[in-house]
Write a protein that binds this ligand. Structure first.
Ligand code: NAD
Ligand code: UGA
Length: 459
Protein backbone atom coordinates (compact mmCIF):
# COMPACT_ATOMS: atom_id res chain seq x y z
CA UNK A 1 0.00 0.00 0.00
CA UNK A 2 1.21 3.50 -0.90
CA UNK A 3 2.36 5.53 2.09
CA UNK A 4 1.33 9.17 2.07
CA UNK A 5 3.39 12.12 3.35
CA UNK A 6 0.55 13.54 5.44
CA UNK A 7 -2.79 12.12 6.45
CA UNK A 8 -5.40 14.87 6.39
CA UNK A 9 -8.96 14.47 7.63
CA UNK A 10 -11.83 16.90 7.25
CA UNK A 11 -14.89 16.55 9.48
CA UNK A 12 -17.89 18.12 7.72
CA UNK A 13 -18.54 17.46 4.01
CA UNK A 14 -20.52 20.60 3.20
CA UNK A 15 -20.04 23.63 0.97
CA UNK A 16 -16.63 24.29 2.53
CA UNK A 17 -15.28 20.89 3.58
CA UNK A 18 -15.96 19.13 0.27
CA UNK A 19 -14.52 21.70 -2.18
CA UNK A 20 -11.58 22.67 0.06
CA UNK A 21 -10.44 19.10 0.54
CA UNK A 22 -11.00 18.25 -3.12
CA UNK A 23 -8.65 21.12 -4.02
CA UNK A 24 -6.00 20.06 -1.48
CA UNK A 25 -6.17 16.46 -2.73
CA UNK A 26 -6.00 17.52 -6.38
CA UNK A 27 -2.99 19.77 -5.76
CA UNK A 28 -1.17 17.43 -3.36
CA UNK A 29 -1.16 13.82 -4.57
CA UNK A 30 1.42 13.06 -1.88
CA UNK A 31 -1.19 13.59 0.88
CA UNK A 32 -4.06 11.31 1.77
CA UNK A 33 -7.22 13.38 2.22
CA UNK A 34 -10.36 11.90 3.77
CA UNK A 35 -13.64 13.75 4.26
CA UNK A 36 -16.12 12.41 6.82
CA UNK A 37 -19.64 13.42 7.80
CA UNK A 38 -22.51 12.13 9.91
CA UNK A 39 -24.79 12.61 6.91
CA UNK A 40 -24.67 9.33 4.98
CA UNK A 41 -26.55 10.71 1.99
CA UNK A 42 -24.08 13.56 1.61
CA UNK A 43 -21.14 11.18 1.72
CA UNK A 44 -22.79 8.87 -0.84
CA UNK A 45 -23.37 11.87 -3.11
CA UNK A 46 -19.69 12.90 -2.84
CA UNK A 47 -18.84 9.39 -3.98
CA UNK A 48 -21.07 9.72 -7.04
CA UNK A 49 -21.11 12.00 -10.07
CA UNK A 50 -24.09 13.89 -8.65
CA UNK A 51 -22.30 15.92 -5.99
CA UNK A 52 -24.37 17.13 -3.02
CA UNK A 53 -23.74 20.78 -3.95
CA UNK A 54 -23.84 22.55 -7.28
CA UNK A 55 -20.56 24.35 -7.86
CA UNK A 56 -19.19 25.01 -11.37
CA UNK A 57 -16.03 23.01 -12.13
CA UNK A 58 -16.10 21.09 -8.85
CA UNK A 59 -16.77 17.64 -10.28
CA UNK A 60 -13.67 17.91 -12.47
CA UNK A 61 -11.52 18.70 -9.43
CA UNK A 62 -13.08 15.86 -7.42
CA UNK A 63 -12.48 13.44 -10.28
CA UNK A 64 -8.77 14.27 -10.40
CA UNK A 65 -8.25 12.92 -6.90
CA UNK A 66 -11.18 10.72 -5.88
CA UNK A 67 -10.08 7.15 -5.27
CA UNK A 68 -6.43 8.21 -5.70
CA UNK A 69 -5.84 10.28 -2.57
CA UNK A 70 -9.31 11.70 -1.89
CA UNK A 71 -11.78 9.58 0.05
CA UNK A 72 -15.26 10.15 1.49
CA UNK A 73 -16.48 8.14 4.46
CA UNK A 74 -18.93 8.02 7.35
CA UNK A 75 -16.45 6.25 9.62
CA UNK A 76 -15.53 9.31 11.65
CA UNK A 77 -13.70 7.50 14.46
CA UNK A 78 -11.45 5.58 12.07
CA UNK A 79 -10.76 8.81 10.21
CA UNK A 80 -9.73 10.54 13.46
CA UNK A 81 -7.45 7.69 14.55
CA UNK A 82 -5.72 7.62 11.21
CA UNK A 83 -5.15 11.39 10.69
CA UNK A 84 -2.23 13.69 11.58
CA UNK A 85 -4.13 16.88 10.74
CA UNK A 86 -7.88 17.32 11.24
CA UNK A 87 -9.75 20.20 9.59
CA UNK A 88 -13.11 20.80 11.23
CA UNK A 89 -15.64 22.28 8.83
CA UNK A 90 -18.95 21.56 10.53
CA UNK A 91 -21.76 24.10 10.48
CA UNK A 92 -21.85 26.97 12.98
CA UNK A 93 -25.34 28.41 12.55
CA UNK A 94 -26.92 31.16 14.61
CA UNK A 95 -28.17 29.92 17.98
CA UNK A 96 -31.93 29.56 18.09
CA UNK A 97 -32.34 28.98 21.82
CA UNK A 98 -31.16 30.20 25.23
CA UNK A 99 -28.77 33.08 25.83
CA UNK A 100 -27.73 34.78 22.62
CA UNK A 101 -30.60 33.22 20.61
CA UNK A 102 -30.78 34.85 17.17
CA UNK A 103 -27.27 36.28 17.45
CA UNK A 104 -24.57 34.08 18.97
CA UNK A 105 -23.02 31.18 17.06
CA UNK A 106 -24.37 27.75 17.97
CA UNK A 107 -21.18 25.87 18.77
CA UNK A 108 -22.76 22.53 19.62
CA UNK A 109 -21.62 20.84 16.39
CA UNK A 110 -18.08 22.07 16.91
CA UNK A 111 -17.97 20.99 20.51
CA UNK A 112 -19.44 17.55 19.71
CA UNK A 113 -16.77 17.15 17.07
CA UNK A 114 -14.04 18.14 19.53
CA UNK A 115 -15.29 15.57 22.03
CA UNK A 116 -15.48 12.98 19.27
CA UNK A 117 -11.85 13.70 18.40
CA UNK A 118 -10.74 13.32 22.02
CA UNK A 119 -12.62 10.04 22.39
CA UNK A 120 -11.30 8.43 19.21
CA UNK A 121 -7.73 9.80 19.00
CA UNK A 122 -4.75 7.66 19.92
CA UNK A 123 -1.96 10.12 19.03
CA UNK A 124 -1.11 13.85 18.95
CA UNK A 125 -2.89 15.87 16.25
CA UNK A 126 -3.23 19.32 14.76
CA UNK A 127 -6.82 20.53 14.80
CA UNK A 128 -7.65 23.18 12.22
CA UNK A 129 -10.59 25.52 12.67
CA UNK A 130 -12.03 25.75 9.14
CA UNK A 131 -15.52 26.67 10.26
CA UNK A 132 -16.17 30.34 11.01
CA UNK A 133 -16.05 30.72 14.78
CA UNK A 134 -16.30 33.46 17.39
CA UNK A 135 -12.95 35.00 18.31
CA UNK A 136 -11.32 33.06 21.19
CA UNK A 137 -13.02 29.75 20.34
CA UNK A 138 -9.59 28.14 19.94
CA UNK A 139 -9.03 28.64 23.65
CA UNK A 140 -12.18 26.74 24.63
CA UNK A 141 -11.41 24.06 22.06
CA UNK A 142 -7.86 23.69 23.31
CA UNK A 143 -9.22 23.13 26.80
CA UNK A 144 -11.76 20.52 25.77
CA UNK A 145 -9.27 18.70 23.58
CA UNK A 146 -6.37 18.75 26.02
CA UNK A 147 -8.43 17.73 29.05
CA UNK A 148 -7.79 14.09 28.24
CA UNK A 149 -6.11 11.44 30.34
CA UNK A 150 -4.51 9.65 27.38
CA UNK A 151 -1.45 11.92 27.35
CA UNK A 152 -2.36 13.13 23.86
CA UNK A 153 -1.68 16.79 22.87
CA UNK A 154 -3.75 18.75 20.40
CA UNK A 155 -2.65 22.03 18.85
CA UNK A 156 -5.51 24.22 17.60
CA UNK A 157 -4.85 26.34 14.51
CA UNK A 158 -7.25 28.78 12.81
CA UNK A 159 -7.47 28.64 9.02
CA UNK A 160 -10.72 30.39 8.07
CA UNK A 161 -12.13 29.91 4.59
CA UNK A 162 -12.85 32.87 2.31
CA UNK A 163 -14.32 31.08 -0.72
CA UNK A 164 -17.61 32.32 -2.14
CA UNK A 165 -20.21 29.93 -3.48
CA UNK A 166 -20.51 29.77 -7.25
CA UNK A 167 -16.82 30.63 -7.60
CA UNK A 168 -15.46 28.17 -5.01
CA UNK A 169 -13.14 26.34 -7.40
CA UNK A 170 -11.49 29.52 -8.70
CA UNK A 171 -11.32 30.98 -5.19
CA UNK A 172 -9.60 27.86 -3.86
CA UNK A 173 -7.25 27.52 -6.79
CA UNK A 174 -6.25 31.16 -6.81
CA UNK A 175 -7.07 32.67 -3.41
CA UNK A 176 -6.46 36.36 -2.62
CA UNK A 177 -4.86 35.08 0.55
CA UNK A 178 -4.76 32.08 2.85
CA UNK A 179 -4.77 32.97 6.53
CA UNK A 180 -3.26 30.72 9.17
CA UNK A 181 -3.31 31.72 12.83
CA UNK A 182 -1.70 29.81 15.66
CA UNK A 183 -0.37 30.23 19.16
CA UNK A 184 3.04 31.86 19.09
CA UNK A 185 4.62 29.07 21.11
CA UNK A 186 7.00 26.43 19.80
CA UNK A 187 4.30 23.78 19.24
CA UNK A 188 1.95 26.50 17.93
CA UNK A 189 4.48 27.69 15.35
CA UNK A 190 5.33 24.12 14.35
CA UNK A 191 1.63 23.40 13.73
CA UNK A 192 1.33 26.66 11.79
CA UNK A 193 4.19 25.56 9.52
CA UNK A 194 2.50 22.20 8.83
CA UNK A 195 -0.58 24.02 7.52
CA UNK A 196 1.45 26.61 5.58
CA UNK A 197 3.26 23.70 3.89
CA UNK A 198 -0.02 22.26 2.62
CA UNK A 199 -1.07 25.47 0.84
CA UNK A 200 2.48 26.19 -0.36
CA UNK A 201 1.95 23.34 -2.85
CA UNK A 202 0.03 25.73 -5.09
CA UNK A 203 -0.47 29.13 -3.41
CA UNK A 204 2.35 31.71 -3.84
CA UNK A 205 4.19 32.31 -0.56
CA UNK A 206 3.29 36.01 -0.50
CA UNK A 207 -0.40 35.11 -0.36
CA UNK A 208 -0.07 32.79 2.62
CA UNK A 209 -0.28 35.02 5.65
CA UNK A 210 0.12 34.06 9.27
CA UNK A 211 -1.01 35.69 12.49
CA UNK A 212 -1.85 34.96 16.05
CA UNK A 213 -4.86 32.71 16.44
CA UNK A 214 -7.24 35.43 17.69
CA UNK A 215 -6.48 37.71 14.74
CA UNK A 216 -7.21 34.86 12.33
CA UNK A 217 -10.52 34.01 13.98
CA UNK A 218 -11.58 37.66 14.12
CA UNK A 219 -10.42 38.47 10.57
CA UNK A 220 -12.92 36.01 9.16
CA UNK A 221 -15.87 37.68 10.89
CA UNK A 222 -14.57 41.12 9.96
CA UNK A 223 -14.05 40.21 6.29
CA UNK A 224 -17.68 39.13 5.98
CA UNK A 225 -18.87 42.19 7.91
CA UNK A 226 -16.96 44.55 5.58
CA UNK A 227 -18.22 42.78 2.45
CA UNK A 228 -21.82 42.88 3.63
CA UNK A 229 -21.39 46.49 4.72
CA UNK A 230 -20.51 47.50 1.16
CA UNK A 231 -23.72 45.93 -0.11
CA UNK A 232 -25.85 47.56 2.59
CA UNK A 233 -24.14 50.88 1.88
CA UNK A 234 -24.96 50.82 -1.83
CA UNK A 235 -28.44 49.42 -1.15
CA UNK A 236 -29.16 52.27 1.24
CA UNK A 237 -28.13 54.68 -1.51
CA UNK A 238 -30.34 52.83 -4.00
CA UNK A 239 -33.36 53.98 -2.00
CA UNK A 240 -32.20 57.57 -2.30
CA UNK A 241 -31.52 57.15 -6.03
CA UNK A 242 -35.11 56.06 -6.59
CA UNK A 243 -36.32 59.27 -4.94
CA UNK A 244 -33.92 61.59 -6.77
CA UNK A 245 -33.65 60.11 -10.29
CA UNK A 246 -29.97 59.34 -9.75
CA UNK A 247 -28.92 55.95 -11.13
CA UNK A 248 -27.30 53.68 -8.55
CA UNK A 249 -25.17 51.91 -11.17
CA UNK A 250 -23.74 55.26 -12.26
CA UNK A 251 -23.11 56.25 -8.66
CA UNK A 252 -21.42 52.89 -7.94
CA UNK A 253 -19.27 53.27 -11.05
CA UNK A 254 -18.27 56.82 -10.14
CA UNK A 255 -17.31 56.01 -6.56
CA UNK A 256 -15.77 52.64 -7.44
CA UNK A 257 -13.24 54.30 -9.74
CA UNK A 258 -11.68 55.87 -6.67
CA UNK A 259 -8.90 53.38 -6.06
CA UNK A 260 -9.42 53.76 -2.32
CA UNK A 261 -13.01 52.53 -2.67
CA UNK A 262 -12.62 50.05 -5.53
CA UNK A 263 -15.31 48.74 -7.91
CA UNK A 264 -16.21 45.34 -6.45
CA UNK A 265 -19.23 44.44 -4.34
CA UNK A 266 -21.16 47.56 -5.20
CA UNK A 267 -24.07 45.96 -7.05
CA UNK A 268 -27.31 47.18 -5.56
CA UNK A 269 -29.76 44.31 -5.16
CA UNK A 270 -32.88 42.99 -3.48
CA UNK A 271 -30.53 42.23 -0.56
CA UNK A 272 -27.66 39.96 0.32
CA UNK A 273 -28.35 36.35 1.22
CA UNK A 274 -26.25 33.29 1.90
CA UNK A 275 -25.60 31.27 4.98
CA UNK A 276 -22.89 33.49 6.40
CA UNK A 277 -23.17 37.28 6.09
CA UNK A 278 -26.10 37.69 8.46
CA UNK A 279 -24.97 34.98 10.84
CA UNK A 280 -21.41 36.23 11.06
CA UNK A 281 -22.38 39.88 11.53
CA UNK A 282 -24.87 38.98 14.26
CA UNK A 283 -22.17 36.92 15.88
CA UNK A 284 -19.83 39.92 15.74
CA UNK A 285 -22.58 42.06 17.25
CA UNK A 286 -23.06 39.54 20.06
CA UNK A 287 -19.35 39.40 20.81
CA UNK A 288 -19.11 43.22 20.93
CA UNK A 289 -22.07 43.37 23.30
CA UNK A 290 -20.43 40.77 25.52
CA UNK A 291 -17.40 43.02 25.81
CA UNK A 292 -19.65 46.02 26.58
CA UNK A 293 -18.95 47.64 23.18
CA UNK A 294 -22.57 48.63 22.55
CA UNK A 295 -21.91 51.41 20.00
CA UNK A 296 -19.71 49.07 17.96
CA UNK A 297 -22.39 46.38 18.13
CA UNK A 298 -25.06 48.80 16.96
CA UNK A 299 -22.91 50.02 14.08
CA UNK A 300 -22.59 46.52 12.64
CA UNK A 301 -26.14 45.50 13.42
CA UNK A 302 -27.35 48.26 11.12
CA UNK A 303 -25.74 46.43 8.19
CA UNK A 304 -28.24 43.63 8.79
CA UNK A 305 -31.12 46.05 9.41
CA UNK A 306 -30.52 47.83 6.08
CA UNK A 307 -30.55 44.44 4.38
CA UNK A 308 -33.92 43.59 5.90
CA UNK A 309 -35.15 47.04 4.91
CA UNK A 310 -34.02 46.46 1.33
CA UNK A 311 -35.82 43.11 1.08
CA UNK A 312 -39.00 44.67 2.48
CA UNK A 313 -38.71 47.73 0.29
CA UNK A 314 -38.50 45.55 -2.82
CA UNK A 315 -41.61 43.55 -2.10
CA UNK A 316 -43.59 46.53 -0.76
CA UNK A 317 -42.87 48.39 -3.99
CA UNK A 318 -44.26 45.39 -5.87
CA UNK A 319 -47.50 45.47 -3.94
CA UNK A 320 -47.83 49.26 -4.11
CA UNK A 321 -47.31 49.64 -7.84
CA UNK A 322 -49.54 46.68 -8.63
CA UNK A 323 -52.46 48.81 -7.41
CA UNK A 324 -52.01 47.92 -3.74
CA UNK A 325 -53.18 44.36 -4.12
CA UNK A 326 -51.53 41.18 -5.33
CA UNK A 327 -54.21 38.85 -3.94
CA UNK A 328 -54.82 36.05 -6.43
CA UNK A 329 -52.29 37.53 -8.87
CA UNK A 330 -49.76 35.14 -10.36
CA UNK A 331 -46.21 36.35 -9.72
CA UNK A 332 -43.18 34.58 -11.15
CA UNK A 333 -39.96 34.67 -9.15
CA UNK A 334 -37.02 34.37 -11.54
CA UNK A 335 -34.37 32.74 -9.37
CA UNK A 336 -34.52 31.44 -5.83
CA UNK A 337 -30.81 30.78 -5.08
CA UNK A 338 -29.12 33.46 -2.97
CA UNK A 339 -26.82 34.23 -5.91
CA UNK A 340 -26.14 32.82 -9.38
CA UNK A 341 -24.22 29.59 -10.01
CA UNK A 342 -25.32 27.86 -6.82
CA UNK A 343 -28.31 25.81 -5.71
CA UNK A 344 -27.95 27.16 -2.18
CA UNK A 345 -30.94 29.11 -0.91
CA UNK A 346 -29.87 29.73 2.69
CA UNK A 347 -31.05 33.22 3.74
CA UNK A 348 -31.91 33.92 0.11
CA UNK A 349 -33.81 37.20 -0.29
CA UNK A 350 -36.20 35.21 -2.51
CA UNK A 351 -37.49 33.43 0.60
CA UNK A 352 -38.52 36.72 2.12
CA UNK A 353 -40.05 37.94 -1.14
CA UNK A 354 -42.01 34.70 -1.62
CA UNK A 355 -43.31 34.63 1.96
CA UNK A 356 -44.35 38.27 1.86
CA UNK A 357 -46.21 37.75 -1.42
CA UNK A 358 -47.90 34.62 -0.05
CA UNK A 359 -48.98 36.58 3.02
CA UNK A 360 -50.54 39.04 0.55
CA UNK A 361 -52.29 36.00 -0.96
CA UNK A 362 -50.51 36.15 -4.30
CA UNK A 363 -50.06 32.97 -6.34
CA UNK A 364 -46.29 32.52 -6.38
CA UNK A 365 -44.46 30.62 -9.12
CA UNK A 366 -40.80 29.83 -8.56
CA UNK A 367 -38.31 29.08 -11.31
CA UNK A 368 -34.59 28.45 -10.85
CA UNK A 369 -32.08 26.31 -12.79
CA UNK A 370 -30.50 24.77 -9.67
CA UNK A 371 -32.42 25.63 -6.52
CA UNK A 372 -35.95 24.24 -6.95
CA UNK A 373 -35.44 21.36 -4.48
CA UNK A 374 -34.20 23.76 -1.82
CA UNK A 375 -36.95 26.25 -2.65
CA UNK A 376 -39.56 23.55 -2.06
CA UNK A 377 -38.10 22.86 1.39
CA UNK A 378 -37.89 26.58 2.24
CA UNK A 379 -41.52 27.20 1.34
CA UNK A 380 -42.91 23.88 2.61
CA UNK A 381 -44.50 25.39 5.71
CA UNK A 382 -45.38 28.75 4.20
CA UNK A 383 -48.89 27.76 3.09
CA UNK A 384 -50.63 29.49 0.21
CA UNK A 385 -50.44 28.83 -3.47
CA UNK A 386 -46.93 28.02 -4.78
CA UNK A 387 -45.93 26.38 -8.05
CA UNK A 388 -42.47 25.37 -9.26
CA UNK A 389 -41.32 25.29 -12.88
CA UNK A 390 -37.89 24.67 -14.29
CA UNK A 391 -38.85 26.52 -17.44
CA UNK A 392 -39.04 30.32 -16.94
CA UNK A 393 -41.43 30.64 -19.90
CA UNK A 394 -43.87 28.30 -18.13
CA UNK A 395 -43.40 30.18 -14.87
CA UNK A 396 -44.23 33.50 -16.51
CA UNK A 397 -47.23 32.27 -18.51
CA UNK A 398 -50.36 34.03 -17.27
CA UNK A 399 -48.39 35.98 -14.64
CA UNK A 400 -49.09 39.60 -13.72
CA UNK A 401 -45.49 40.20 -12.74
CA UNK A 402 -41.95 38.83 -12.81
CA UNK A 403 -39.57 39.48 -9.93
CA UNK A 404 -35.90 38.76 -10.67
CA UNK A 405 -34.43 37.53 -7.39
CA UNK A 406 -31.22 35.85 -8.64
CA UNK A 407 -28.80 37.15 -11.26
CA UNK A 408 -28.69 33.95 -13.36
CA UNK A 409 -27.26 34.86 -16.76
CA UNK A 410 -29.89 32.81 -18.58
CA UNK A 411 -32.55 35.31 -17.49
CA UNK A 412 -30.77 38.05 -19.40
CA UNK A 413 -31.11 36.20 -22.68
CA UNK A 414 -34.75 35.09 -22.57
CA UNK A 415 -37.22 36.03 -25.29
CA UNK A 416 -39.07 38.74 -23.38
CA UNK A 417 -41.40 39.49 -26.30
CA UNK A 418 -42.67 35.89 -26.07
CA UNK A 419 -42.92 36.20 -22.29
CA UNK A 420 -44.79 39.51 -22.52
CA UNK A 421 -47.30 38.03 -24.97
CA UNK A 422 -48.04 35.18 -22.54
CA UNK A 423 -48.60 37.41 -19.49
CA UNK A 424 -51.58 39.28 -18.03
CA UNK A 425 -51.61 43.01 -18.77
CA UNK A 426 -50.38 45.40 -17.56
CA UNK A 427 -47.24 43.27 -17.24
CA UNK A 428 -44.67 44.21 -14.61
CA UNK A 429 -41.00 43.35 -14.17
CA UNK A 430 -39.25 44.02 -10.87
CA UNK A 431 -35.56 43.56 -11.49
CA UNK A 432 -34.09 42.88 -8.05
CA UNK A 433 -30.65 42.36 -9.59
CA UNK A 434 -30.56 45.05 -12.28
CA UNK A 435 -29.46 42.50 -14.86
CA UNK A 436 -32.06 43.02 -17.59
CA UNK A 437 -32.17 45.52 -20.43
CA UNK A 438 -34.76 47.85 -18.94
CA UNK A 439 -35.21 50.10 -21.94
CA UNK A 440 -35.86 47.15 -24.26
CA UNK A 441 -38.33 45.65 -21.81
CA UNK A 442 -40.15 48.95 -21.56
CA UNK A 443 -40.34 49.18 -25.35
CA UNK A 444 -41.74 45.63 -25.42
CA UNK A 445 -44.58 46.84 -23.20
CA UNK A 446 -43.48 45.98 -19.66
CA UNK A 447 -43.57 48.46 -16.79
CA UNK A 448 -40.10 48.05 -15.32
CA UNK A 449 -39.04 48.61 -11.73
CA UNK A 450 -35.28 48.28 -11.20
CA UNK A 451 -33.34 48.82 -7.96
CA UNK A 452 -31.98 52.34 -7.49
CA UNK A 453 -33.07 53.64 -10.88
CA UNK A 454 -36.11 55.47 -12.14
CA UNK A 455 -38.93 53.11 -13.00
CA UNK A 456 -40.08 52.93 -16.63
CA UNK A 457 -43.88 52.95 -16.50
CA UNK A 458 -46.61 52.88 -19.11
CA UNK A 459 -49.17 54.55 -16.83
P1 NAD B 1 -22.72 22.82 5.67
O1 NAD B 1 -23.93 22.82 6.53
O2 NAD B 1 -22.85 22.77 4.19
O3 NAD B 1 -21.77 21.58 6.08
C1 NAD B 1 -21.49 21.22 7.39
C2 NAD B 1 -21.44 19.71 7.46
O4 NAD B 1 -21.00 19.32 8.76
C3 NAD B 1 -22.79 19.02 7.25
O5 NAD B 1 -22.71 18.12 6.15
C4 NAD B 1 -23.06 18.30 8.58
O6 NAD B 1 -23.72 17.05 8.41
C5 NAD B 1 -21.65 18.10 9.10
N1 NAD B 1 -21.59 17.88 10.54
C6 NAD B 1 -22.22 18.57 11.54
N2 NAD B 1 -21.89 18.05 12.74
C7 NAD B 1 -21.05 17.02 12.51
C8 NAD B 1 -20.36 16.10 13.35
N3 NAD B 1 -20.49 16.16 14.69
N4 NAD B 1 -19.57 15.18 12.77
C9 NAD B 1 -19.44 15.11 11.43
N5 NAD B 1 -20.07 15.95 10.58
C10 NAD B 1 -20.86 16.90 11.11
O7 NAD B 1 -21.87 24.11 6.12
P2 NAD B 1 -20.84 24.94 5.23
O8 NAD B 1 -21.58 25.92 4.38
O9 NAD B 1 -19.86 24.01 4.60
O10 NAD B 1 -20.14 25.79 6.37
C11 NAD B 1 -19.25 25.21 7.28
C12 NAD B 1 -18.52 26.29 8.03
O11 NAD B 1 -17.75 27.06 7.10
C13 NAD B 1 -19.42 27.30 8.73
O12 NAD B 1 -18.80 27.70 9.93
C14 NAD B 1 -19.47 28.46 7.77
O13 NAD B 1 -19.69 29.69 8.45
C15 NAD B 1 -18.09 28.44 7.17
N6 NAD B 1 -17.98 29.01 5.82
C16 NAD B 1 -18.91 28.74 4.88
C17 NAD B 1 -18.76 29.22 3.58
C18 NAD B 1 -19.77 28.93 2.50
O14 NAD B 1 -19.61 29.45 1.40
N7 NAD B 1 -20.79 28.13 2.72
C19 NAD B 1 -17.64 29.97 3.24
C20 NAD B 1 -16.68 30.23 4.24
C21 NAD B 1 -16.87 29.73 5.52
C1 UGA C 1 -19.39 35.29 1.16
C2 UGA C 1 -17.99 35.93 1.02
O1 UGA C 1 -17.91 36.59 -0.25
C3 UGA C 1 -16.90 34.87 1.12
O2 UGA C 1 -15.62 35.49 1.10
C4 UGA C 1 -17.07 34.11 2.44
O3 UGA C 1 -16.12 33.07 2.53
C5 UGA C 1 -18.46 33.52 2.50
O4 UGA C 1 -19.44 34.57 2.38
C6 UGA C 1 -18.76 32.83 3.80
O5 UGA C 1 -18.14 33.09 4.81
O6 UGA C 1 -19.71 32.03 3.73
P1 UGA C 1 -21.01 33.97 -0.45
O7 UGA C 1 -22.03 34.27 0.61
O8 UGA C 1 -20.88 32.58 -0.94
O9 UGA C 1 -19.56 34.43 0.05
O10 UGA C 1 -21.32 34.88 -1.74
P2 UGA C 1 -21.09 36.42 -2.08
O11 UGA C 1 -20.59 36.52 -3.45
O12 UGA C 1 -20.34 37.13 -1.03
O13 UGA C 1 -22.58 36.99 -2.08
C7 UGA C 1 -23.32 37.12 -0.88
C8 UGA C 1 -24.64 37.82 -1.18
O14 UGA C 1 -24.42 39.19 -1.50
C9 UGA C 1 -25.40 37.24 -2.37
O15 UGA C 1 -26.77 37.23 -2.09
C10 UGA C 1 -25.09 38.22 -3.49
O16 UGA C 1 -26.04 38.22 -4.50
C11 UGA C 1 -25.06 39.52 -2.72
N1 UGA C 1 -24.31 40.59 -3.39
C12 UGA C 1 -22.98 40.45 -3.62
C13 UGA C 1 -24.95 41.78 -3.73
O17 UGA C 1 -26.16 41.94 -3.52
N2 UGA C 1 -24.22 42.77 -4.33
C14 UGA C 1 -22.89 42.66 -4.58
O18 UGA C 1 -22.29 43.61 -5.11
C15 UGA C 1 -22.26 41.46 -4.22
Amino acid sequence: MKSFEKKVLCIGAGYVGGPTMAMIAAKCPQYEVTVVDIDERRIAAWQSDTLPIYEPGLLDVVKIARGRNLFFSTDIDEGIRHADIIFVSVNTPTKTFGDGAGRAADLQYWEKTARNIVAAAESDKIIVEKSTLPVRTAKAMGRILNANDKGIRFEVVSNPEFLAEGTAVADLENPDRVLIGSRETEPGLAARKEIVDIYANWVPAARIITSNVWSAELSKLVANAFLAQRISSINSISALCEKTKANVAEVAHAIGMDSRIGPKFLNASVGFGGSCFKKDILNLVYICENYGLYEVAQYWENVVRINEYQEQRFVRTMVRVMFNTVADKRIALFGFAFKKDTGDTRESPAIHVAKHLLAERARVVVTDPQALDNAKKDLAGAGGNVEYHEDPYEAARGAHAIAVCTEWQQYVHLDYRRIFDSMEKPAFIFDGRNILNHKELYETGFSVFPIGRTALKHF
